[in-house]
Design a protein around this ligand. Structure first.
Ligand SMILES: [Zn+2]
Length: 252
């Protein structure tokens, strides 16, 4: 490998494991329009984040009273978002959308595990009952989970969770070794997103929704350094590949 890839982990885990300087988030200001709308309020910069959030919640809710009666009646999100738990990747904020717009499942490194009951229930509910129009699998740059899978440190239960990433690492070892560490993280993130898209398209509920009502499955990578989403050509599947997939996975 060209240089050692240091392990770091997203979300809560990152507090226990030192995060390499190059992967530390540098943007500390709030991003959401909601937060910006509250920026004229008291200065919370030195306050506990939760205390700040609880106070800002009151201000936010009071600014948009008209949106809540409708939301209280139910939800009709058009998007199911499967993303990383990383605190830098808040899907609704990134998309510039609002409460009620995005149904969400997030886990470490946005991995789609077929045997994961949690994500399986989210996908089933979103597709079969909410009838979302789009499923988006989103990876991101500087992902701690991806970075960990490219390293060789023991991480306990996380090693089990990250096994699909190590499998992708093994399958693409030559390509990954030809890249510098930062690019290798991005490449494995892309491969993981495409793998997630493929796994989704193997699910009966998704196959049926694609055929009967045109459900679309997308892959994107979010750049935490720019705030921009990049679409992957996840929909590119040859006729032969589609036929083979449906032969293997379609049930009735
Ligand atoms: Zn991540």
């Amino acid at each position: 490998m060209p240089g050692r890839i240091l392990p770091s982990l997203p979300c809560a885990v990152s507090r226990r494991v030192p995060v390499p300087v190059s992967f530390r988030p540098t943007l500390r200001a709030p991003f959401s329009s909601t937060a910006q709308a509250c920026s004229s309020s008291s200065d919370f910069s030195d306050a506990d984040k939760l205390a700040t959030g609880l106070q800002k919640n009151k201000e936010w809710a009071s600014k948009y009273p008209e949106q809540f009666p409708g939301l209280a009646k139910g939800q009709q999100p058009e998007i199911l978002w499967i993303g990383c738990s990383d605190s830098r990747c808040p899907e609704t904020t990134i998309l510039g959308l609002n409460p009620g717009d995005v149904f969400v499942h997030r886990n470490i490194a946005n991995i789609v595990h077929h045997a994961d009951l949690n994500s399986a229930c989210v996908i089933e509910f979103a597709v079969a009952h909410l009838k979302v129009k789009h499923i988006v699998v989103s990876g991101h740059t500087a992902c701690g989970g991806i970075n960990a899978a490219l390293g060789n440190s023991k991480l306990g239960i996380l090693d089990t969770w990250l096994l699909p990433l190590r499998n992708l690492r093994q399958k693409n070892i030559e390509a990954l070794q030809s890249l510098d560490p930062q690019q290798a993280v991005i490449k494995l993130s892309e491969l993981n997103v495409l793998d997630g898209v493929q796994k989704l398209k193997q699910l009966g509920v998704v196959i049926d929704a694609i055929e009967t009502r045109g459900l679309q499955v997308h892959g994107v990578v979010y750049d935490v350094a720019t705030g921009l989403l990049r679409t992957l050509n996840a929909a590119d599947e040859s006729h032969e590949a589609t036929k083979a997939r449906l032969t293997a996975f379609k049930t009735a």
